[in-house]
Design a protein around this ligand. Structure first.
Ligand code: ACO
Length: 326
């Protein structure tokens, strides 16, 4: 069987930082509430001129540079995003153009915060099938334009950013060991953007009802998130005959410190095994795992041969895991 390994990682977050104290100035909230309930202290916000494809393209350039791969060698670009440049065409197509790549497959995956793991699964399968040998897999979001800045229940949680990896076919005994994807659409309305799609097409009334903004039932999502993240992490470990002790680094979707703590505890992971950056970036949805992966990689927290467990959960509801031998 062809193996598929990550040969480069990259990430990009916009320069502007919004602190909890900045939020206190225009919202009925406090740094104390946000840090104690979520662990989030700051998040990055895209500049007016920046769009999702800009963040994605910059993260990709950094990943390509680390991999030593030229843009034109890429056979496919898959972007996990729910805040693309447009409802359509795919942000992956815009990224392709920005990177100067011609005529490779380019499409987006809509799996919210699980988008990167879903995109990774598809890219690995396509490479294994022989459909190409080099892929760019990206998670990129500008969520600060999809949240309702008058809704303190949600807007304090999210931030902007992008992360990317270069995947390459290899014959070595390393790479993506397995991926595991799940979804339960009966929970679609626990975490969603009600407008403006075919159910609620664009209208002035819809705008007044704030339909184009993210809505979430936080308490419900919290419980299902911990359960699903735990179950799929065990599924990935068991599929490879491993236990929590074998994991060198656990990189969960960075939703909320309390979700990360509860999940890690249930899986049986120590603090040292868990990578956390939600305090600095907030929840960047599909971008959170590849940003964390790139940070950890560049900090030397991942060494050749290490076992890395990616664990995602998000709107859909969707969840998934990927186990990697680095
Ligand atoms: N500042 C101050 N008070 C607030 C804020 C805020 N920003 N937001 C809510 N409150 C208030 C509420 O109005 C409520 O007040 P009330 O009791 O007077 O009605 C009180 O705080 C408690 O609200 P809860 O919703 O019960 O607070 P909870 O402890 O559940 O924390 C939170 C809310 C942080 C959203 C939590 O439910 C959570 O983390 N859920 C998971 C959310 C998440 O991470 N989702 C993303 C995962 S999937 C994805 O990434 C897309």
């Amino acid at each position: 069987m062809i193996n598929v390994k990550i040969t480069g990682t990259g990430s990009y977050v916009p320069e502007k930082i919004l602190t909890n104290f900045d939020l206190e100035k225009f919202l009925d909230t406090s740094d104390e509430w946000i840090t104690s309930r979520t662990g989030i202290r700051t998040r990055h916000v895209a500049a007016e001129h920046e769009v999702t494809s800009d963040l994605a393209a910059e993260a990709s350039r950094r990943a390509l540079s680390m991999a030593g791969v030229q843009a034109e060698e890429i056979d496919m670009i898959i972007v996990g995003t729910i805040t693309g440049d447009y409802p359509w065409p795919a942000t992956a197509c815009v990224v392709q153009h920005k990177l100067g790549i011609q005529n490779c497959a380019a499409f987006d995956v809509s799996a919210a915060c699980s988008g990167f793991v879903y995109a990774l699964d598809i890219a690995v399968s396509r490479i294994r099938s022989g459909a190409g040998s080099k892929a760019l897999v990206i998670g990129a979001e500008v969520l600060t334009r999809a949240v309702d800045w008058e809704d303190r229940n949600t807007c304090v949680l999210f931030g902007d950013g992008a992360g990317a990896v270069v995947l390459e076919a290899c014959n070595e005994d390393k790479g993506i060991l397995s991926t595991h994807l799940h979804a339960d659409g009966s929970y679609a309305e626990l975490l969603y953007q009600p407008g403006f799609g075919s159910r609620n097409p664009a209208s002035e009334e819809g705008l007044k009802a704030r339909l184009p903004y993210l809505k979430m039932q936080g308490n419900e999502v919290f419980k299902i998130a911990v359960r699903s993240l735990t179950e799929v992490a065990f599924e990935a470990l068991e599929a490879n005959g491993m236990t929590a002790k074998d994991v060198n680094l656990f990189i969960p979707h960075q939703a909320n410190q309390r979700i990360l703590d509860a999940t890690a505890k249930r899986i049986g992971l120590s603090d040292e095994q868990v990578y956390v950056n939600v305090d600095r970036f907030g929840n960047t949805s599909g971008a959170s795992i590849p940003i964390a992966l790139d940070e950890a990689n560049r900090l030397g927290r991942i060494q050749p041969g290490d076992i890395v467990l990616l664990d995602a959960f998000g709107g859909g509801l969707t969840w998934g895991a990927a186990l990697i031998r680095w």
